[in-house]
Design a protein around this ligand. Structure first.
Ligand SMILES: Cc1ncc(COP(=O)(O)O)c(C=O)c1O
Length: 441
């Protein structure tokens, strides 16, 4: 369990994260609670940054894919680690700006950026916008022209690589709402189109082949396809790619069905990718582009644990046992969305052997509201503290106020001390935007 040194079981038999006792955290901050280990986040950011520095002479940039977990503290950490960020909405961009993140190091994504989001991005001076539609290219061109500036852009292309991952999060198969396909000529057409716009500076290409990928070969294959395409664009259009952004997608451990990759192990993915870029450039006699990558999950997922208190317990003889916790799909919808698997333990009895297989049920009025349906745990009692591991990515960021439950607060742990990075909501927060017309009073 402690292969990343994030988690351990202390002498009281309690789970510890980043040096903080989870039972104490639950007492101090209440549950449900998202807990993040700062050292782990920084370590992962450093591994990626140093790999580019050491193996590619620093000719690149790591972007934290902030959709994985977006709050001001995360942008502040990324900034202090000298990495950039990608954002996918005006809201993420606003959060980054509030945290004082340098706009030039922001890449803006989205398959349907709204006109007001594009305008806001230009107001902020966002470094690069990743174009994913003709209509977007036109909007950016018009906004840039209005301001008398030239906007750096990348084109999102689809290399048609099928990564080994869950089908629901695959984004680069030919049938995808993302990216211009290389195969059918769409990528070449948009390249021609953007090169002809006066206020767009085409820096190169972006692709993202999926998420939770463990196969290095998938990234290598994607690089090979991109480089072949880059060589074609130079030959046909005299366009030399300056930047190649290979997206994110590196896999993490959720259960023992997944590989346990120590932080340093992520170097291998980037090394393989860098080697493939160098080889392809040598083969096609291309200039080495700047390399960008956009890891999200692999930076924050394993840094996070969600703590809950056990409430009702329902045993259906011969069928199943439901252990209900004070969270649910409103703070972790990933089981409902993707049937995602997790590992859980009782934080207050972490050293005890597991004796039963249970479903962890949420508190929402939905029978499908589960965190998972096959957790091995010691026999849980009401009041026990459940810790679900690897919940740092796409949990808080996908949370909602469904059933008017509170989105839980998040704390950041450093050297055993925790402080809020997202504060608790209140009932007033829930009705803040409600309007009761006079005629209904
Ligand atoms: C364009 C893009 N970049 C980066 C990422 C981050 O992927 P991951 O969190 O799997 O590293 C995503 C995730 O969907 C994405 O769509």
């Amino acid at each position: 369990m402690n292969f990343r040194n994030t988690l351990k079981i202390n002498e009281k038999g309690h789970l510890e994260i980043g040096g903080a006792d989870c039972v104490e955290l639950a007492k101090q901050f209440g549950t449900p609670l998202y807990v993040y280990d700062e050292a782990h986040i920084r370590n992962m950011m450093r591994v990626y940054r140093e790999t580019i520095e050491e193996e590619y002479a620093g000719r690149g940039l790591v972007l934290y894919a902030s959709k994985a977990f977006s709050c001001e503290a995360m942008y502040a950490i990324a900034k202090s680690e000298g990495i950039g960020a990608d954002v996918v909405s005006g809201g993420e961009l606003y959060t980054a700006m509030q945290a004082g993140f340098p706009a030039r190091d922001i890449y803006m994504h989205g398959n349907n950026k709204l006109p007001q989001e594009i305008s806001y991005a230009l107001d902020c001076g966002v470094g690069t916008i990743v174009v994913d539609a003709y209509s977007e290219a036109d909007l950016i061109e018009a906004e840039a022209q209005r301001r008398g500036v030239i906007q750096n852009v990348l084109l999102r292309i689809n290399p048609g690589v099928e990564a080994h991952t869950h089908a629901y999060v695959q984004t680069a198969t030919p049938d995808s709402k993302f990216g211009f396909s290389i195969q059918d000529g769409a990528a070449e057409q948009i390249t021609r189109y953007v090169l002809a716009r006066k206020h767009l500076r085409l820096m190169g290409y972006h692709c993202h082949i999926g998420s939770q990928i463990f196969e290095k070969q998938s990234f290598v294959l994607a690089v090979e396809k991109c480089l072949k395409f880059m060589a074609e664009m130079r030959q046909k259009l005299n366009f030399e790619t300056e930047e190649l952004n290979m997206g994110g997608g590196f896999g993490v451990w959720y259960t023992d069905a997944d590989a346990k990759i120590p932080a340093e192990g992520y170097r291998d993915y980037l090394s393989a990718l860098i080697a493939a870029v160098k080889k392809g450039c040598a083969d096609y006699n291309l200039r080495l582009p700047r390399i960008l990558i956009e890891p999200g999950r692999s930076i924050v997922a394993e840094a996070g644990v969600t703590l809950y208190t056990v409430g009702a317990i329902r045993e259906i003889p011969g069928l199943r046992k439901y252990v209900a916790i004070d969270g649910g799909m409103f703070e972790n919808p990933r089981f409902c969305l993707y049937r995602s698997k997790y590992t859980a333990l009782l934080a207050n009895r972490a050293a005890e052997p597991c004796t039963e297989r249970v479903s962890l049920a949420g508190k929402c009025c939905e029978s499908g509201d589960l965190i998972g349906d096959d957790f091995n745990l010691p026999a849980a009692n009401t009041g026990d503290i459940v810790a679900v591991l690897t919940t740092g990515a796409y949990n808080y960021s996908m949370a909602s106020n469904y059933n008017r439950n509170f989105i839980p607060p998040a704390v950041l742990v450093k050297d055993g001390k925790a402080e809020y990075i997202v504060k608790p909501q209140t009932y007033e927060d829930l009705v803040r935007n409600d309007v009761l017309p006079a005629r209904l009073k």
